[in-house]
Each structure stands twice: as C-alpha cells, then as structure tokens.
Write a protein that binds this ligand. Structure first.
Ligand code: ZN
Length: 151
C-alpha cells in the first residue's frame, strides 16, 4: 500500500494546512484581483485574491471564515498554482475537479491536493473542498477578460 492511500496520512495533510494555512491573509493592494465565495451549507465565507503578471500567477492569497476542509483545500491550491502559468493552473484545476467527481486524474500533478481524493464519499463536503478552487477559476477568468479589454 502506498502512503498516499493511507487515510491517516491524507488526514494529516489536511490538518497541517488547516492549522498552518499557507498564503493566508489578504493584502490591501490594488494590483490584486479579489473575489468572495460563500457557502449556504457551511460556515465558509472566504476572500481569495491573485496577482497576475501576464499569463503568470505571481501570488495567490486567501482569508476569511472557513472550516477545516475549505481552509486546507484552499491553502493547498495556493501552493500548487503560485508561480505557475494560467495554462498550468487550469490543468491542475481540471485534474482536481476530475478527482473530486471521480473521473480519471493525474495524481502527480495534484501533489498534496490528493488529500481530498475521498471527498466524493461525503457529498456535503464537495462544496468545501472546491470553494477556493472555484474562486481561483473566477479570478483567472476575470484576469483574462481584463487582458482582452486591454486594461
Ligand atoms: Zn466548509
């Protein structure tokens, strides 16, 4: 059995990111795009912001009220996409989405995000495990729209 199939290790990854969230805290800076996401089924109410340089994601940060699952999944997301191109981030997002919805995915690309591989067994947690990722998707779309409009 590989270690990543061990539910205890997956849980440890989640608890580590919950207790020590990475890229936590919003910067009051106009060069960031910001979005808010909330959930009707959980306490989650988070702000996610990203700073782009052309098609590169220079920085991603988040803050707000959030449960363990949404905090950890958003923290891991920020680590995975920070410094990547928009195209690479989209590929990671797509694989994460596939994993959550039980479709084939690339484990290597997801790194610690595979801690959420069993989320489909708790359907009420899917929203929590995807809220930060959906925020990133929104920010990328917003950024691309602005680029197109030549802002
Ligand atoms: Zn939640």
């Amino acid at each position: 059995m590989r270690s990543l199939d061990n539910p205890l290790i997956l849980r440890e990854i989640i608890m580590d990111h919950y207790q020590n969230p990475r890229n936590h805290g919003i910067k009051d800076d106009d060069s960031y795009l910001k979005t808010n996401m909330n959930s009707e089924t959980c306490i989650d109410n988070i702000d996610v912001e990203a700073k782009f340089d052309g098609d590169k994601i220079e920085d991603v940060r988040f803050d707000g009220e959030a449960c363990a699952i949404s905090t950890a999944s958003t923290s891991i997301m920020t680590e995975l996409v920070k410094g990547k191109s928009v195209e690479e981030a989209r590929k990671i997002m797509e694989n994460y989405h596939n994993m959550i919805y039980e479709k084939p995915y690339d484990e290597d690309i997801l790194e610690e995000a595979i801690a959420f591989k069993n989320t489909h067994k708790q359907a009420n947690r899917i929203k929590c495990a995807t809220i930060g990722w959906n925020a990133l998707d929104t920010l990328i779309n917003e950024h691309e729209k602005e680029e197109k409009e030549g802002k």
